[in-house]
Design a protein around this ligand. Structure first.
Ligand code: PM9
Length: 460
C-alpha cells in the first residue's frame, strides 16, 4: 500500500470533443506554413494543445447553465451584479469593472496611473502588462528575487519580491515616480512560481512606508494560494478561499485575466478599493471596452465568470489541477529533461538552454524546440524566451532573458493523465534526437508582442 492515496479528477466527463490526428509529414508542412510559430498553426492541426491555459478551460455544467441565464440588457445586466458579488465575496475588492480580458484591464489602469517617466517595479515582467506600462510612458523594473532567474534553484517561493531591489528603485527614482508596485500571483514568466504571504506582507509594509499602491496581477491567485497552503508555515489548515482573500487584502487594486483561474473562455476585470480610482476607470472603460456594467462582455459571460470564481477556490478542484501539472513535470524530471524547478502551477517549463546547449540564444532555441515537439507528435507548446522578451525600447537590441523556456501549459479540466503520458513520451523522444535541432532565423518581426505573429525559417 502507498503511504498516501492517489487523487483523481473531482468530476466526470459529460461531453467530448474529438481530437485531430496527423502524420509527421503533414505536421512538417503545417509548421512551414505557420512560419515555425506555434501561434500561427490552426487548432485543427493540433493534437494536444498545451499552448496556453488562457481561455481554454472546460466550463462546468453549472457555468453552462448560467450561460442560459444571460441578461443581455445594455445597461445594468443582472449578471454584472452576480459578478460584482463574487468579486467582493471571494476577492474582497470593493469595486469591479468588467473588461474583455486581462489586457483590457491593464490598458485602463496603466493609462490612469502611469505618467511619462514613471517607473513600475514588478515581480518579473509579463508581456502584455509591460507593454501597457510602456505605452503609457512608464518603465518596468524587475524586482523579483534572483532565484527566479535560476531554473535549477528549488526555492519554494521564487515569485517573491527582493525588497532591496525595490528599495533601490525608490532611492534612484524617488517614491513620487513610482505610481504602483505590480505583484503577480503566480509569476508566469518565471515558470508559474508563487509568492509567499510573508513576502507580500513585507511588500505591503514597504508600500505603506512610501505611500505607494500595490496592484495585484491576480490571474492565477488560487493557484498561488494552493502553494502557500502546501508550503508556507501557518497555512496548512487554512482554506484556499481564506488564503485568496488574505492575499487580496494586502493589495489595493487588481487586474484579472479571468480566462485562467476563473475558468471562463473569455473575460477579465479591473478591481479596486479606492472610489476615486473606480470613478476614473469606470469613465475610461466606456471609451475602450463598453459600459461599466459589461466592459466588452456579454451578460452570459459575466454569469459564467461569477460561477467560475466560486469553483476556482474549491480545494478538490485546485488540488487536481495542480496535481496534473505536477504529474507531467515529475514524469519529465524522472526522464532527465531539464526543467524549471520547482515545477510550477499552470504548466511545466522546459529549460531550452540546457536542452539545446549547442543553439545560441539569438537562434531562438525555445522557439525551435516548440516547433520540433509539434513536428514529433502534434503537441502544441509555446516559447517563453528571447522572442517573448522582445526588444529594448531604447537601444532596439533583443532583450536576452536568463530564462529561455518552452511552456507546456495545461488547460483546466480538459485533458486526462493519458494525454500527459503521450506528451511526456514526445518530449523524451525529441530530447533523444536533440543534436539535429539547429535553431531558427526570424524572417518577419511585428512591432508589438512579436511572439504572437513572428515568422521564422530553419537555419540550415
Ligand atoms: N497570459 C498566457 O498564455 C495569454 C496571453 S500570452 C500568450 O499565459 C498574466 C500573468 C497573464 C496574462 C495572459 C495576462 C493578460 C496578464 N497577466 O490574455 O489579456 O498570464 O486575458 O491576460 C496568457 P489576457
Amino acid at each position: 500500500m502507498k503511504a498516501t492515496r492517489s487523487w483523481a479528477e473531482p468530476y466526470k466527463i459529460k461531453m467530448v470533443e474529438p481530437l485531430f490526428m496527423s502524420t509527421q509529414e503533414q505536421r512538417e508542412g503545417y509548421l512551414k506554413e505557420a512560419g515555425y510559430n506555434t501561434f500561427l498553426l490552426r487548432s485543427k492541426q493540433v493534437y494536444i494543445d498545451l499552448l496556453t491555459d488562457s481561455g481554454t478551460s472546460a466550463m462546468s455544467d453549472r457555468q453552462w447553465a448560467g450561460m442560459m441565464m444571460g441578461d443581455e440588457a445594455y445597461a445594468g445586466s443582472e449578471n454584472f451584479y452576480h459578478m460584482e458579488d463574487a468579486v467582493r465575496r471571494y476577492y474582497g475588492y470593493k469595486h469591479v469593472i468588467p473588461t474583455h480580458q486581462g489586457r483590457g484591464a491593464e490598458h485602463i489602469l496603466s493609462q490612469i496611473l502611469i505618467n511619462k517617466g514613471d517607473v513600475v517595479p514588478g515581480n518579473m515582467y509579463f508581456t502584455t502588462t509591460r507593454l501597457h506600462q510602456e505605452l503609457a510612458g512608464g518603465k518596468f523594473v524587475d524586482v523579483i528575487i534572483d532565484e527566479a532567474h535560476d531554473p535549477v534553484s528549488e526555492y519554494k517561493f521564487k515569485g517573491n519580491c527582493d525588497i532591496q531591489k525595490l528599495q533601490r528603485v525608490v532611492d534612484t527614482y524617488g517614491a513620487e515616480r513610482v505610481p504602483y508596485i505590480c505583484m503577480a500571483t503566480t509569476v508566469n514568466m518565471a515558470g508559474g512560481q508563487p509568492i509567499s504571504m510573508e513576502n507580500l506582507k513585507t511588500v505591503r509594509a514597504f508600500a505603506d512606508k512610501y505611500g505607494i499602491m500595490i496592484v495585484h496581477d491576480m490571474t492565477r491567485v488560487a493557484e498561488n494560494a494552493f502553494m502557500i497552503q502546501q508550503h508556507e508555515a501557518g497555512y496548512s489548515d487554512r482554506s484556499i478561499a481564506e488564503i485568496v482573500l488574505e492575499i487580496c487584502s494586502l493589495t489595493d487594486a487588481a487586474t484579472m485575466s479571468a480566462k485562467k483561474d476563473a475558468l471562463v473562455n473569455i473575460g477579465g476585470f479591473l478591481a479596486m478599493n479606492d472610489p476615486e480610482l473606480y470613478q476614473k476607470a469606470s469613465n475610461m472603460v466606456v471609451v475602450y471596452e463598453g459600459l461599466h456594467t459589461y466592459g466588452g462582455l456579454a451578460g452570459r459571460d459575466m454569469e459564467a465568470l461569477a460561477i467560475g470564481i466560486g469553483e476556482s477556490v474549491q480545494q478538490e478542484h485546485i488540488r487536481a489541477r495542480i496535481g496534473q501539472v505536477q504529474h507531467l513535470g515529475q514524469m519529465l524530471r524522472e526522464a532527465g529533461i531539464p526543467l524549471v524547478l520547482p515545477i510550477g502551477t499552470h504548466g511545466v517549463f522546459i529549460d531550452a538552454k540546457r536542452f539545446l546547449p549547442h543553439v545560441p540564444q539569438d537562434a531562438f532555441p525555445a522557439q525551435a524546440l516548440a516547433a520540433e515537439i509539434y513536428a514529433d507528435s502534434g503537441v502544441r507548446t509555446m516559447e517563453r524566451g528571447i522572442v517573448s522578451a522582445g526588444r529594448n525600447l531604447e537601444t532596439g537590441a533583443h532583450n536576452f532573458p536568463e530564462l529561455e523556456l518552452v511552456r507546456l501549459t495545461i488547460p483546466r479540466r480538459v485533458y486526462t493523465q493519458a494525454h500527459m503520458e503521450v506528451v511526456a513520451e514526445s518530449v523524451v523522444s525529441v530530447f533523444e534526437a536533440r543534436d539535429k535541432i539547429r535553431g531558427l532565423k526570424m524572417i518577419y518581426e511585428p512591432t508589438y508582442l512579436r511572439f504572437f505573429q513572428a515568422r521564422f525559417e530553419p537555419i540550415q
